[in-house]
Design a protein around this ligand. Structure first.
Ligand code: ADP
Ligand code: MG
Length: 257
């Protein structure tokens, strides 16, 4: 498989704390890669360095032949690296469909410069995206009254409107019930397969990780502890030590803290 993302020797410190240490990994085109690890392991710091929000102290991130380090979030996004937000970023005064249309208008405007703002634009494309995430029945509803799980689907559709080649999802299922988590990850897995995009995601529910991720990276105290498929990760003594040693803790609802 073709390499979509090549991360080499990433380092990031916050004062005396080294949050990410010499992190290197590859993400292949069409791969669903999970990044797991205890609370504070450095997962979000890693995501923020990949999407341009945080500048690494050193290291390199090459996506589609381009160095991303030093680029602004907007530039990274324009190169085809999409992300879903932990805090839902939708326009609550609009309908579900209009939210997607806005995202499509914004995406096409950057490609073609002059596109008038009108609500009939990209309606079919918007409906196709809504079908893809299973929200077609909610198209006319106000985004403000969506259930939490549906809002997460809308967020995913908005990210897809940008036609990403790589999607970064930091805790996409945070705050969701187990059944919704499973459904959202199943959806992400289907999208990866249908569209051939690559996904890097974090997730607490190990059942979800083990059943959907093609490959898993385990981060502990900023360092890459292990990498492999579900069987390799389960059997890895170093991973077991971190898990059994109480390094990974989950709340009753599966969320951290
Ligand atoms: P994870 O997402 O795996 O839970 P984070 O990447 O959020 O971990 O955090 C890794 C470590 O870096 C933690 O100890 C956290 O407190 C620290 N950290 C993260 N962001 C900052 C920041 N902006 N300033 C200072 N410390 C930070
Ligand atoms: Mg985090």
């Amino acid at each position: 498989m073709e390499v979509a993302l090549e991360v080499q020797g990433l380092n990031k410190s916050f004062g005396a704390l080294q949050a990410v240490k010499d992190l290197s990994f590859q993400l292949k085109q069409g791969e669903l890669l999970a990044l797991i690890g205890p609370n504070g392991a450095g997962k979000s710091t890693c995501f923020n360095m990949l999407n341009g929000q945080l500048r690494p102290d050193s290291g390199s991130v090459v996506f589609a032949g381009r160095e991303l380090v030093g680029l602004k979030p907007r530039q990274v996004w324009r190169l085809g690296v999409g992300r879903t937000f932990q805090i839902t970023a939708t326009f609550s005064s609009m309908t579900v469909r209009e939210n997607i249309q806005m995202a499509l208008i914004s995406h096409h405007r950057r490609l073609y410069a002059f596109i008038p703002r009108a609500t009939h634009l990209y309606r079919d494309e918007a409906d196709e995206l809504l079908r893809r995430v299973g929200l077609e029945e909610q198209a006319e509803r106000s985004a403000a009254i969506l259930a939490y799980g549906d809002l997460k689907r809308l967020e995913l559709a908005i990210a897809l409107a940008n036609d990403p080649r790589l999607l970064l999802m930091d805790e996409p299922t945070a705050g969701m019930a187990p059944k919704e988590r499973e459904e959202l990850m199943q959806l992400a897995a289907n999208i990866v397969e249908t569209l051939g995009i690559s996904v890097l995601f974090t997730e607490h529910d190990m059942d979800v990780v083990f059943s959907h991720a093609h490959r898993i990276l385990v981060l502990n105290r900023g360092e890459l502890l292990a990498e492999g498929n579900d069987a390799e990760i389960r059997a890895n003594p170093r991973v077991q030590e971190v898990y059994l040693g109480g390094g990974i803790t989950y709340g009753a609802d599966g969320s951290e803290n």
